[in-house]
Design a binder for this molecule. Structure first.
Ligand code: DAH
Length: 342
């Protein structure tokens, strides 16, 4: 038996030394090393010999098997590398195509407005989407039970503060960041705040529970309504072209006084009147006004020294107009066919 083991080993090593291709290598593996190979047979045969012999032969068999396996692995590895070197690459085959990603239409509009405002010296501010009831409403002149809260129904969060009250909401507007920035940086201040806002709405082609706004605030000495008008005109021309005109109509927003709706010449019909502008020739795009003294105070700024204007664009609505998108729900749909168009 001892002889048999050594014979197998010698034969195996001899044949292995002559191997030049993978196929013969696999054949050798099958013949000698596999579970049905010659070596396994030997191992099985061990159960028929006496205990002392079994121990001795077992040890020998194991050493030999390891030796054979190590040698085999060595040759196998060198063959693999050899194979790689001679691998044939057909350079005339068409390459793999990498598709480019697309910038989301909302990001495109946001980038454009950010470029404009940063070139005018505005900073870009940011605030939490999960906001306190105080910042989202009260500090903006909308105390609890104020009817203006009804217009912005939101998602309240199911956790109480230390006074036992529910006071966290998904922010309904980007306006609370006005207060946060005033508190952080004081006056003078020039900032825009792009971001997500949320409302508990029945969704349809013009309403989504999650949408984007872009807020702006400018505080300084003697900032007045003419400054606001000028700024909104610049934005309109940048977004919709040089012939775009602005008209301002009074509108109540609790955090500004006076407040107004800014409307631009309809970019789709050039002011002639169409379905989108409801045949008025104007598009309602931005809420704006002079910051209310109470709001300045909430931000820690003295309204006797400073004044300012603020505005809020619906970024989602802007993108819809600019790219002629007819359903607000498409933006968050993750639909590749929609996104690939931009
Ligand atoms: N936050 C308002 C809204 O969501 C928009 C707005 C109106 C923002 C007037 C302002 C502003 O800063 O001055 O409807």
């Amino acid at each position: 038996m001892k002889n048999k083991i050594e014979k197998i080993r010698d034969e195996f090593l001899k044949q292995l030394a002559q191997v030049t291709d993978n196929e013969t290598l696999r054949e050798l593996e099958l013949k000698y090393l596999s579970r049905k190979g010659e070596f396994s047979e030997i191992m099985h045969g061990l159960k028929d010999v006496s205990i002392e012999m079994r121990k001795e032969l077992g040890e020998l068999a194991n050493t030999v098997k390891t030796e054979m396996q190590t040698k085999f692995n060595e040759i196998s590895r060198s063959l693999e590398n050899y194979g790689k070197k001679s691998e044939f690459i057909d350079v005339t085959l068409p390459g793999e195509k990498f598709t480019n990603g697309h910038i989301h239409p909302l990001t495109l509009v946001q980038n454009e407005i950010e470029d404009l405002f940063t070139s005018l010296g505005f900073m870009i501010g940011d605030g939490p989407e999960l906001e306190s009831d105080y910042y989202n409403f009260t500090a903006l002149n909308v105390p609890p039970l104020h009817p203006a809260r009804d217009m912005q129904d939101t998602f309240y969060i199911d956790s109480k503060n230390k006074d036992g009250q529910y006071d966290l909401v998904m922010r309904t507007q980007t306006s609370p960041v006005q207060i946060r920035l005033m508190q952080k940086y004081g006056a003078p201040l020039k900032a825009i705040i792009p971001g997500r806002a949320f409302r508990s709405e029945a969704t349809d082609s013009r309403h989504e529970h999650t949408f984007y706004q872009l807020e702006g605030i400018m505080i300084g000495k003697d900032i007045n309504f003419a400054n606001l008008k000028n700024m909104l005109e610049i934005v309109g021309k940048k977004l919709f072209g040089q012939n775009t005109e602005l008209r301002m109509r009074p509108k109540f927003f609790p955090f500004v006084e006076p407040g107004n709706n800014g409307e631009y010449t309809c970019s789709l019909c050039q002011g002639k009147g169409c379905r989108v502008c409801k045949y008025t020739g104007w598009l309602e795009i931005v809420g704006a006004g002079l910051v209310h003294p109470d709001v300045l105070r909430a931000g820690g700024i003295d309204p006797d020294i400073y004044s300012g204007f603020a505005f809020g664009f619906g970024l989602t609505r802007l993108a819809m107009l600019k790219y002629n998108i007819n359903d607000a729900r498409l933006f968050n749909s993750g639909d590749i066919k929609f996104l690939e168009q931009f």
